[in-house]
Design a binder for this molecule. Structure first.
Ligand code: GTP
Ligand code: SPV
Ligand code: MN
Length: 595
């Protein structure tokens, strides 16, 4: 029986049920009892292992299928009536054709399974920036993860009333024959049957064949970025792949920073950083997504639509990100890690080594040639467990953004930090951002790719229109627009060593940004924009070789000129959709480099 009186919702659930033919339907209420029941179902199916409660209370480990370990960008679609509205960076299919194909797959796909109906809110329930979605899924793993990552439950249905919701249809695409069980095998469909489809014209999401991460937790990338970015364009707000953090200086002035880095390029780490600088305090508001609206005072306010962290496990340690380590001490879900002999989880570069365990593929494992945890192994943990979560993280009003930061992972060329000289220049910096591939997507292999505003896989409409939207937001914000910076924490020496210590020490760069906003610190003008002189950075207590510091602050004009052809190629790819103001920025950029 449906607990909702929303006739549109009930009709949609019934329509889906008739198509996917589950054994039964369950409406989720978001309670702890429900969460525990999901875990019990999965432990019994051999899909989850309860971790040793003495080591990690109320936590579970999962191993996904080796083919289902990350987002699949080649199988992700923006389906609009006209191809031009999906733009040159998205896979496109016509809604009619794609729906026909997918209906064929959905037919009877939940046989032998339970169909869960998850009402969820992205953003604090009732906030005027929040949106309600309803996900239908046959995966108890998804139900449990959605409990942590979003606000799930009966209160959402009460708030929804007869109003609008975003329907999110999901199936792992593995029906069970009578008597058949999962028997420890992660259910999913082969890659060519996976579809992550978005229909922004009707705010609808259809996902089939994957049970992992952004492919399956549809509130996250599908709703909060792809659908929301298209809504934001129409309605005059922004949905961005950005962390949100508050930095308070010794005088008590608060700065709110929103930073967009591509997947696995340092958002979670920066979001939780603890400054090694006396008197400076940092608090986390979100680690992946920001929704932003201009409010009555003319400033841009951000909320984090999520309620949890779905973070990259490998590399997370008490040394690199102690606040993340504390966030995952209990009540957490782990996927594709090493299981240790004492019933805990482990991954590469965790604080202490592990000399024996079961690897992410379920095999007996010792350190050697192969890693134990998958490169995109992840933890899911409630944001409220972060010791430095900001008291305003659930404030429905959001926080006013002072600073935008773009960036990417670049071993060479790109210096540590530079500042835009104007809003339009900043939009150009974001639009031309480039990064090296990571394990967060299965099918990205080129050595370097342009990833505009870290939104390449997440922009739900034509990227040229998206850039135009950024320009127009700047016009509306005028002198209240955030200052824009670009960073690269990932420069390496010829010997392959990181030149900049990164992590907590990135606070030194953030301090320079705040002081730039206040007009309190120096900079030099370069063809890239404003950059700090070595003495403009607070390096108290840091040991860094002078030559390394000079190298990360150097603008190698010849190297940048050497990338003009790639820049032209990127603009040519966007072609007729490149806004005039972007063309002007490209021309001015080249001119500053003398050609
Ligand atoms: P998504 O969740 O995929 O969006 O990733 P993210 O942007 O939140 O990236 P995350 O903070 O999880 O970092 C990804 C990887 O980059 C981890 O292996 C980190 O250890 C590494 N990393 C993060 N910050 C730094 C840094 O300042 N310096 C260096 N060298 N590595 C970093
Ligand atoms: C990303 O890839 O940017 C993530 C992980 O945050 S996922 O939820 O799988 O998209
Ligand atoms: Mn992300």
């Amino acid at each position: 029986m449906s607990p909702s009186k929303n006739s549109k919702l009930n009709a949609w659930v019934e329509e889906v049920r008739a198509m996917v033919q589950p054994d039964k339907v369950e409406w989720c209420d978001g309670t702890t009892a429900e969460y525990d029941r999901m875990m019990q179902v999965m432990v019994e199916a051999g899909l989850a292992t309860k971790l040793n409660p003495a080591k990690r209370p109320n936590s579970y480990h999962f191993r996904s299928d080796p083919s289902d370990v990350a987002r699949v960008e080649d199988r992700t679609y923006i389906s609009t009536t006209n191809k031009r509205d999906a733009g040159p960076t998205n896979n496109w299919a016509s809604p009619k054709e794609l729906k026909e194909t997918m209906r064929g797959l959905y037919n009877g796909c939940m046989k032998g399974r339970t169909m869960y109906v998850i009402p969820f809110s992205m953003g604090p329930i009732g906030s005027d920036i929040a949106k309600i979605g309803v996900q239908v899924t046959d995966s108890p793993y998804v139900v449990a993860n959605m409990h942590i990552m979003t606000r799930v439950g009966t209160k959402v249905l009460d708030t929804l009333g007869a109003g609008e919701f975003i329907p999110c249809l999901h199936s792992v695409g593995k029906p069970l024959q009578p008597g058949q069980k999962d028997n420890g095998v992660w259910p999913c469909a082969p890659i060519e049957k996976k579809y992550i489809a978005h229909f922004p014209e009707e705010n609808l999401i259809w996902s089939y064949g994957s049970g992992y991460g952004g492919n399956a937790l549809l509130g996250k990338k599908c709703l909060a970025l792809r659908i929301a970015s298209a809504m934001g364009k129409k309605e005059g707000w922004m949905a961005e792949h950005m962390l949100i953090l508050r930095l308070t200086n010794p005088e008590g002035r608060k700065f709110h920073i929103a930073a967009a880095f591509p997947s696995a390029c340092g958002k979670t780490n920066l979001a939780m950083l603890q400054p090694p600088l006396k008197g400076w305090k940092a608090e986390c508001l979100g680690d992946d997504i920001a929704w932003m609206k201009i409010k009555a005072d003319g400033r841009l306010y951000a909320i984090n639509p999520e309620a949890g962290f779905f973070g990259v496990a490998p590399g997370t340690s008490y040394k690199s990100n102690p606040m993340a380590m504390d966030s995952i001490r209990e009540n957490a879900i782990f996927t594709n890690c090493v299981m240790t002999d004492d019933g805990d989880v482990w991954w590469e570069d965790m604080d202490k080594p592990c000399d024996h365990g079961i690897d992410w593929k379920g095999r007996d494992w010792k350190p050697g040639k192969e890693v134990g945890a998958h490169g995109n192994a992840r933890f899911t943990a409630p944001a409220k467990q972060c010791p430095v979560i900001c008291s305003d993280w659930e404030n429905p009003e959001g926080v006013p953004i002072d600073i935008f930061v773009f960036g990417g992972r670049r071993t060479r060329v790109m210096p540590l930090v530079h500042q835009a000289t104007s809003w339009d220049h900043g939009v150009f910096m974001g639009a031309t951002a480039a990064s090296e591939p990571t394990a967060a997507a299965l099918d990205v292999s080129s050595a370097l790719r342009r990833d505009p505003m870290a939104m390449l896989p997440f922009c739900g409409y034509n990227v040229g229109d998206y850039w135009q939207h950024w320009f127009e937001m700047g016009d509306r914000l005028g002198n209240k627009a955030p200052a824009i910076f670009y960073v690269n924490w990932f420069r390496k020496s010829d010997a392959g060593k990181f030149l900049w210590p990164g992590y907590g020490d990135n606070a030194r760069v953030l301090k320079w940004m705040c002081q730039r906003v206040e007009g309190k610190v120096g900079a030099r003008e370069t063809p890239l924009g404003f950059m700090p002189n070595p003495e403009d950075l607070d390096l108290t207590g840091l040991t860094i070789a002078k030559a390394d510091l000079e190298e990360v602050l150097r603008v190698d004009a010849a190297a940048f000129k050497g990338e003009f052809a790639d820049l032209d190629g990127w603009m040519a790819k966007i072609g007729e959709f490149v806004p005039e103001r972007m063309k002007k920025q490209v021309a001015e950029y080249k001119k500053r480099f003398g050609g």
